[in-house]
Structure formats: C-alpha cells, structure tokens
Design a protein around this ligand. Structure first.
Ligand code: TXA
Ligand code: MG
Length: 338
C-alpha cells in the first residue's frame, strides 16, 4: 500500500483535504490524523473489516479494545447504549478534550472495536482537523494511537510515517500534537466511576466535577501495578533504546553504565543536568506536568534515533499531577529491561 502524507493547516483545515480523508474512511481505508493528545490511526468504527485493518497495521492484540472518536456528545448514541449522569456531567466539562469515557456498548457496534466486550470507550477530540474529519465523514471513527503495538505513541506525522509507512492509506500532517500523551480513560458504567488509564486530564480535575474516582490500588505508588483496562499491558509506550527509571540512584546508575562504555542520555528531574560524566547527553525537561507531557514522546522518539545504548530518567514525584507521566515512563522501562 502506498502511504500518502498531506499537510493540513490546524487553524483552518482545507475542506478539500478533509473531504478526501473522509472519503478514504467511508470506503473502509485507514487515515492517520492529529488529535490534541497524540496522532490516531482511524477507521470506520461501524465497518468490522475496516477496523480489522487497524489491528493488522499495528500488530495490536485482538483483546485490546479501541477508542471511538465522535464530533460531539450528541453522537454518543450511535455507539453507546446508555448515557449515565456522570458521563453527561464530564462531557459538558471536558469535551472536546483528552477524556475518554467507557460506556455500555450499543449492540450494533461491531464486536471487533470493543474486543468482544460489553463496553465502548468514546471521546470527542479537541483538534480542528480531527473534528472536521469526523464531521465530514459522518461516521464514528475507531482510532488507537498511530504506532506499532507497544511502541511509543506518535506526536508528529513523521513518527507515524516511520512506524506505519505502507500500512496506512493517508496521513494528515497537522504539526505536533500539543498535549503529547494520551487521553485519560474513565469507566462511567460503575459508581463511583473508575480511572482506567491516567492521561492528559488530571484526576483532580475530574474529581472536582463528579467526586472521588475509584483507582487501581497501586497506581499512585512508586512501583506501578497494571490498571484494570483490557489491553493495558505493563510493557507499553516503549522506545527501542533501553530505558532506566531511577529515583535517588540515578548518579550511581549513570556512573555504572558510563564505566562500561555506554552512550547515554540523561533526563533529570531534580538532580543536576551535568553529572560530570563524558558521553552523557543531558536532556532538560519542563518542571510542570503539561510541559513535560508535551515533550516526552518527542524527546524519546528523537533519542531513539540517536543510536544511544541507554536512556536514564529521573522519575518525577509520585503525586497525582505526575501520575500519567510516571505511568508512561514506568511502562516504557518494563519493556526495555527485559
Ligand atoms: O489520546 C488518546 O486516547 C489516543 C488518541 C488517538 O485519541 N488514543 C489512544 O488509543 O491512546 P489506544 O488504543 O492507544 O489506547 C486506548 C486505551 C487502551 O488502554 C484500551 O485498553 C482502553 O483505551 N480502552 C479502549 N476501549 C476500552 C473499553 N471498552 N474498556 C476499557 N478500556 C478501554
Ligand atoms: Mg496506544
């Protein structure tokens, strides 16, 4: 398959380009498009053959359900069978935006989208290109992150192309995805609603609207337990380069790796940028969660291209506002340390 890339202006997406992309979706093809979190790999959610192409392109395990993207809350009824009070309140506050709601699935929605399960995950993305595409196609669009399964999510069109060239019909290049990490996934089929995947929208903001969320027992602690979301693999979001996450022992780790001749990248949080080691490429990161999220995958993609032997990251604090970042870093490490 030939993969075409077209630039789109995120402030005012060209209608002819959007119409072309919509036509690809309507005839069962795959379109990668920017959202405010990361790039998505979209297919017609109502067409099981089209959705199966997503699983094939990504090498995604069939037991990992896919988020369905819609242009507005009114479109929920096309894929979900109920609209609980908590969902309605959250949608008013946070849609369009980086919040995914898990709802009872509508019977007509193909089982392949939900990995055979009784629920569907839905969100309205806050990106003009994504929204125009969803409106023009006039179909719910199933879209996981546009990367090979278990690898880093893409925040730029070139990341998508590097991973999926030849496996996707069209890539809409709308520049860098501003948010940088994935949406927060909340199960609103139960009371209290449950946080399934930490993400760009912080739990505190959600709790301000609907009160306490149920959580996986260990997600706020330093060693992260897998969350209760199907397909949330412990090993996920990983660069190809070996990645170490450290708290206080960063200096010792770097000295040990440097001593055996490794070429290292060092991403500190509170520790000094310069550890006085040659062959260590230091990468400063923003000190706020939003700034850090916006850069995280882009930095890891770039370091992955730099032919290093290891990346050492000093973990941000184990507080709620850093939950999603720590989740992604610890999952990235799991793969690398195998
Ligand atoms: O920001 C995002 O959410 C991006 C953009 C493209 O929208 N999408 C994304 O999709 O990150 P993906 O497939 O990489 O992650 C979807 C997550 C997985 O953890 C999956 O298990 C969970 O959502 N999920 C999907 N459907 C679910 C369901 N019915 N019940 C529970 N979890 C579900
Ligand atoms: Mg993903």
């Amino acid at each position: 398959m030939q993969t075409e890339i077209i630039s789109v202006d995120p402030r005012s997406p060209q209608p002819d380009v959007i119409a072309r992309a919509a036509a690809v979706l309507q005839r069962g093809g795959l379109v990668a498009f920017p959202t405010e979190t990361v790039y998505g790999l979209g297919a017609n959610a109502l067409d099981p053959v089209a959705v199966a192409k997503i699983f094939a392109a990504k090498g995604r395990p069939a037991n990992n359900p896919i988020i369905v993207h819609i242009p507005d809350a009114a479109s929920v009824e096309r894929v979900a069978a109920a609209w609980p009070e908590h969902a309605a309140r959250l949608a008013v506050h946070f849609w369009p935006g980086p919040l995914t709601l898990v709802l009872p699935k509508r019977r007509e929605l193909p089982a392949v989208v939900t990995a055979g399960g009784p629920t569907v995950a839905v969100r309205v993305p806050a990106n003009p290109i994504a929204l125009e595409l969803l409106r023009a196609a006039d179909i719910p669009v199933a879209a996981p992150s546009a990367n090979l399964s278990s690898e880093l999510s893409p925040t730029r069109a070139e990341h998508v192309h590097r991973g999926l060239a030849g496996r996707v019909d069209l890539i809409l290049d709308g520049g860098p995805a501003a948010g940088g990490i994935e949406s927060t996934v909340v199960d609103v089929t139960r009371t209290p609603p449950r946080l399934l995947r930490p993400g760009l929208l912080h739990p505190a903001e959600i709790e301000r609207v609907i009160g306490s969320l149920a959580r996986g027992s260990a997600i706020a602690s330093s060693d992260l337990a897998p969350l209760a979301s199907p397909g949330m693999l412990a090993r996920h979001y990983a660069p190809k380069t070996k990645l170490y996450c450290e708290n206080e022992a960063a200096r010792e780790r770097i000295e040990a790796l440097a001593a055996r001749g490794d070429r290292l990248a060092w991403i500190p949080f509170a520790a000094p940028l310069d550890l006085g080691q040659p062959n260590v490429h230091a990468v400063p990161m923003p000190k706020d969660p939003a700034g850090y999220a916006a850069k995280l995958y882009a930095v890891l993609h770039e370091l992955d291209e730099a032919n290093l032997t290891a990346i050492v990251v000093e973990l941000p604090p184990a507080t709620d506002d850093w939950l999603a970042i720590r989740d992604r870093l610890l999952r990235a490490m799991q793969r690398a340390s195998l």
